[in-house]
Design a protein around this ligand. Structure first.
Ligand code: 6GU
Length: 226
Protein backbone atom coordinates (compact mmCIF):
# COMPACT_ATOMS: atom_id res chain seq x y z
CA UNK A 1 0.00 0.00 0.00
CA UNK A 2 1.16 3.52 -0.82
CA UNK A 3 0.10 6.68 1.08
CA UNK A 4 1.05 10.17 -0.10
CA UNK A 5 0.40 12.94 2.41
CA UNK A 6 0.15 16.54 1.23
CA UNK A 7 0.54 18.95 4.12
CA UNK A 8 0.99 22.61 4.90
CA UNK A 9 3.01 21.58 7.97
CA UNK A 10 4.74 18.36 6.84
CA UNK A 11 7.07 18.08 9.85
CA UNK A 12 4.08 17.38 12.09
CA UNK A 13 3.38 14.28 9.98
CA UNK A 14 6.99 13.16 9.41
CA UNK A 15 7.99 12.71 13.02
CA UNK A 16 5.42 10.21 14.26
CA UNK A 17 5.33 8.00 11.14
CA UNK A 18 8.88 6.83 11.81
CA UNK A 19 7.87 5.33 15.12
CA UNK A 20 5.71 2.58 16.50
CA UNK A 21 3.56 0.37 14.32
CA UNK A 22 3.55 2.73 11.34
CA UNK A 23 7.37 2.73 11.33
CA UNK A 24 7.36 -1.07 11.55
CA UNK A 25 4.83 -1.31 8.70
CA UNK A 26 7.16 0.75 6.50
CA UNK A 27 10.23 -1.32 7.46
CA UNK A 28 8.33 -4.48 6.56
CA UNK A 29 7.39 -3.01 3.20
CA UNK A 30 3.68 -3.29 4.00
CA UNK A 31 3.17 0.43 3.44
CA UNK A 32 5.18 3.19 1.74
CA UNK A 33 4.48 6.70 3.03
CA UNK A 34 5.73 9.91 1.44
CA UNK A 35 5.02 13.34 2.92
CA UNK A 36 4.89 16.28 0.52
CA UNK A 37 5.42 19.88 1.58
CA UNK A 38 2.76 22.02 -0.10
CA UNK A 39 5.20 24.94 -0.20
CA UNK A 40 7.45 22.97 -2.59
CA UNK A 41 4.67 23.27 -5.19
CA UNK A 42 3.99 26.98 -4.68
CA UNK A 43 5.11 29.57 -7.22
CA UNK A 44 6.79 32.91 -6.77
CA UNK A 45 9.39 34.41 -4.53
CA UNK A 46 7.28 33.96 -1.43
CA UNK A 47 6.03 30.46 -2.25
CA UNK A 48 2.65 31.49 -0.96
CA UNK A 49 0.25 28.61 -0.21
CA UNK A 50 -2.68 30.55 1.26
CA UNK A 51 -4.58 33.77 0.64
CA UNK A 52 -7.53 35.81 1.89
CA UNK A 53 -11.04 34.45 1.26
CA UNK A 54 -13.08 36.07 -1.50
CA UNK A 55 -16.05 37.80 0.09
CA UNK A 56 -14.18 38.43 3.31
CA UNK A 57 -14.21 36.66 6.63
CA UNK A 58 -11.72 35.40 9.16
CA UNK A 59 -8.84 33.07 8.39
CA UNK A 60 -6.78 32.16 5.36
CA UNK A 61 -7.66 29.67 2.61
CA UNK A 62 -5.21 27.27 0.95
CA UNK A 63 -4.72 28.30 -2.69
CA UNK A 64 -5.71 25.82 -5.40
CA UNK A 65 -2.58 25.92 -7.61
CA UNK A 66 -0.04 24.28 -5.25
CA UNK A 67 -2.52 21.52 -4.39
CA UNK A 68 -3.42 20.75 -8.01
CA UNK A 69 0.32 20.81 -8.89
CA UNK A 70 1.21 18.44 -6.06
CA UNK A 71 -1.64 16.05 -6.92
CA UNK A 72 -0.49 16.06 -10.57
CA UNK A 73 3.11 15.34 -9.50
CA UNK A 74 1.99 12.42 -7.32
CA UNK A 75 -0.11 11.00 -10.20
CA UNK A 76 2.78 11.41 -12.67
CA UNK A 77 5.19 9.61 -10.34
CA UNK A 78 2.94 6.87 -8.95
CA UNK A 79 -0.23 6.76 -11.06
CA UNK A 80 -3.72 7.99 -10.27
CA UNK A 81 -4.54 7.26 -6.61
CA UNK A 82 -7.61 5.22 -5.67
CA UNK A 83 -8.76 7.96 -3.30
CA UNK A 84 -7.89 11.57 -2.50
CA UNK A 85 -9.03 12.12 1.08
CA UNK A 86 -9.41 15.62 2.48
CA UNK A 87 -9.20 15.77 6.28
CA UNK A 88 -11.75 18.28 7.50
CA UNK A 89 -14.03 18.67 10.53
CA UNK A 90 -17.08 18.78 8.21
CA UNK A 91 -16.21 15.39 6.69
CA UNK A 92 -17.67 11.91 7.26
CA UNK A 93 -16.83 10.62 10.75
CA UNK A 94 -13.88 8.20 10.68
CA UNK A 95 -14.63 4.80 12.21
CA UNK A 96 -13.36 1.22 12.19
CA UNK A 97 -15.39 0.11 9.14
CA UNK A 98 -13.91 3.02 7.16
CA UNK A 99 -10.40 2.08 8.36
CA UNK A 100 -11.02 -1.52 7.26
CA UNK A 101 -12.22 -0.36 3.85
CA UNK A 102 -9.31 2.04 3.30
CA UNK A 103 -6.77 -0.57 4.44
CA UNK A 104 -7.61 -2.61 1.32
CA UNK A 105 -6.86 0.22 -1.12
CA UNK A 106 -3.53 0.30 -3.01
CA UNK A 107 -2.90 4.04 -3.20
CA UNK A 108 -4.26 6.78 -0.94
CA UNK A 109 -3.59 10.50 -1.02
CA UNK A 110 -4.29 12.38 2.21
CA UNK A 111 -4.72 16.14 1.96
CA UNK A 112 -4.19 17.86 5.28
CA UNK A 113 -5.60 21.35 5.21
CA UNK A 114 -4.69 24.13 7.56
CA UNK A 115 -5.92 27.64 8.23
CA UNK A 116 -9.60 28.16 7.39
CA UNK A 117 -9.81 25.46 4.72
CA UNK A 118 -8.96 24.86 1.09
CA UNK A 119 -10.32 26.45 -2.07
CA UNK A 120 -13.58 24.67 -2.90
CA UNK A 121 -12.40 23.90 -6.45
CA UNK A 122 -9.91 21.39 -5.03
CA UNK A 123 -12.71 19.63 -3.20
CA UNK A 124 -15.00 19.67 -6.23
CA UNK A 125 -12.42 18.47 -8.76
CA UNK A 126 -9.95 16.21 -6.97
CA UNK A 127 -11.17 15.08 -3.56
CA UNK A 128 -13.00 11.74 -3.56
CA UNK A 129 -13.83 11.60 0.15
CA UNK A 130 -13.88 14.02 3.08
CA UNK A 131 -13.14 12.63 6.52
CA UNK A 132 -13.34 13.98 10.09
CA UNK A 133 -11.85 12.25 13.14
CA UNK A 134 -14.46 13.53 15.57
CA UNK A 135 -16.69 16.35 16.69
CA UNK A 136 -14.10 18.88 17.82
CA UNK A 137 -11.99 21.36 15.91
CA UNK A 138 -8.25 20.95 15.41
CA UNK A 139 -6.01 23.59 13.86
CA UNK A 140 -5.09 21.42 10.89
CA UNK A 141 -5.48 18.08 9.15
CA UNK A 142 -1.99 16.84 10.00
CA UNK A 143 -2.92 15.06 13.24
CA UNK A 144 -6.08 13.58 11.66
CA UNK A 145 -3.92 12.28 8.76
CA UNK A 146 -1.68 10.55 11.32
CA UNK A 147 -4.70 9.01 13.01
CA UNK A 148 -5.95 7.62 9.70
CA UNK A 149 -2.48 6.33 8.76
CA UNK A 150 -2.06 4.52 12.08
CA UNK A 151 -5.50 2.91 11.89
CA UNK A 152 -4.90 1.73 8.32
CA UNK A 153 -1.23 0.69 8.61
CA UNK A 154 -1.83 -1.63 11.57
CA UNK A 155 -4.36 -3.56 9.48
CA UNK A 156 -1.82 -4.41 6.77
CA UNK A 157 -0.94 -8.13 6.69
CA UNK A 158 2.07 -9.00 8.83
CA UNK A 159 2.27 -5.67 10.64
CA UNK A 160 0.91 -6.72 14.04
CA UNK A 161 2.84 -9.53 15.70
CA UNK A 162 -0.29 -11.55 16.30
CA UNK A 163 -2.48 -11.55 13.19
CA UNK A 164 -5.58 -12.22 15.25
CA UNK A 165 -5.00 -9.22 17.51
CA UNK A 166 -6.41 -6.66 15.04
CA UNK A 167 -9.58 -8.71 14.83
CA UNK A 168 -10.09 -8.73 18.60
CA UNK A 169 -9.76 -4.95 18.98
CA UNK A 170 -12.43 -2.84 20.54
CA UNK A 171 -14.86 -1.84 17.77
CA UNK A 172 -13.76 -4.52 15.34
CA UNK A 173 -16.92 -6.47 16.14
CA UNK A 174 -18.82 -3.53 17.62
CA UNK A 175 -17.96 -4.16 21.29
CA UNK A 176 -15.37 -2.64 23.61
CA UNK A 177 -12.48 -4.79 24.87
CA UNK A 178 -12.60 -6.78 28.11
CA UNK A 179 -10.12 -5.87 30.89
CA UNK A 180 -6.64 -7.39 30.50
CA UNK A 181 -4.01 -8.35 33.11
CA UNK A 182 -0.40 -9.46 33.11
CA UNK A 183 2.09 -10.66 35.73
CA UNK A 184 2.41 -10.42 38.67
CA UNK A 185 -0.74 -12.30 39.66
CA UNK A 186 -0.80 -10.32 42.91
CA UNK A 187 0.47 -6.76 43.26
CA UNK A 188 0.02 -4.62 46.37
CA UNK A 189 -2.76 -6.94 47.41
CA UNK A 190 -4.53 -6.52 44.08
CA UNK A 191 -5.28 -9.84 42.40
CA UNK A 192 -6.05 -11.04 38.91
CA UNK A 193 -9.49 -12.64 38.37
CA UNK A 194 -8.98 -16.37 39.06
CA UNK A 195 -10.75 -17.48 35.88
CA UNK A 196 -8.03 -15.87 33.72
CA UNK A 197 -5.42 -18.06 35.45
CA UNK A 198 -7.53 -21.21 35.39
CA UNK A 199 -6.48 -22.50 31.98
CA UNK A 200 -10.17 -23.14 31.22
CA UNK A 201 -10.42 -21.55 27.78
CA UNK A 202 -14.20 -21.84 27.52
CA UNK A 203 -14.61 -20.14 30.92
CA UNK A 204 -12.11 -17.43 29.91
CA UNK A 205 -13.98 -16.76 26.66
CA UNK A 206 -17.26 -16.51 28.55
CA UNK A 207 -15.74 -14.14 31.15
CA UNK A 208 -14.42 -11.92 28.37
CA UNK A 209 -17.73 -11.88 26.48
CA UNK A 210 -19.61 -10.97 29.65
CA UNK A 211 -17.23 -8.12 30.46
CA UNK A 212 -17.18 -6.79 26.88
CA UNK A 213 -20.96 -6.60 26.79
CA UNK A 214 -21.17 -5.12 30.29
CA UNK A 215 -18.53 -2.45 29.56
CA UNK A 216 -20.13 -1.56 26.24
CA UNK A 217 -23.55 -1.21 27.87
CA UNK A 218 -22.11 1.04 30.58
CA UNK A 219 -19.83 3.24 28.46
CA UNK A 220 -21.17 3.13 24.91
CA UNK A 221 -24.80 2.02 24.86
CA UNK A 222 -25.04 3.62 21.40
CA UNK A 223 -22.91 0.75 20.04
CA UNK A 224 -25.46 -1.86 21.16
CA UNK A 225 -28.51 -0.28 19.57
CA UNK A 226 -27.84 -1.15 15.92
CL1 6GU B 1 -10.02 15.96 9.86
N1 6GU B 1 -9.49 18.40 10.70
C1 6GU B 1 -9.56 19.41 11.59
N2 6GU B 1 -8.92 20.56 11.32
N3 6GU B 1 -10.22 19.31 12.73
C2 6GU B 1 -10.82 18.15 12.98
C3 6GU B 1 -10.79 17.08 12.09
C4 6GU B 1 -10.11 17.24 10.93
N4 6GU B 1 -11.51 16.07 12.61
C5 6GU B 1 -11.94 16.51 13.77
N5 6GU B 1 -11.55 17.76 13.99
Amino acid sequence: MRIDVIAALPDIVRGPIQHSIVGRAQEKGAVAIEVHDLRDYAEGKHRQIDDYPFGGGAGMVLKPEPIFACLDAVADAHGDPDEVIFLTPDGQPFDQPMANELSMVDHLVLLAGHYKGVDQRVRDERVTREVSIGDYVLSGGELPALVLIDAVARLQPGVLGDTSSALTDSFQDGLLDAPVYTRPAEYRGLTVPAVLRSGNHAAIAEWRDTHRIEKTRRRRPDLLTD
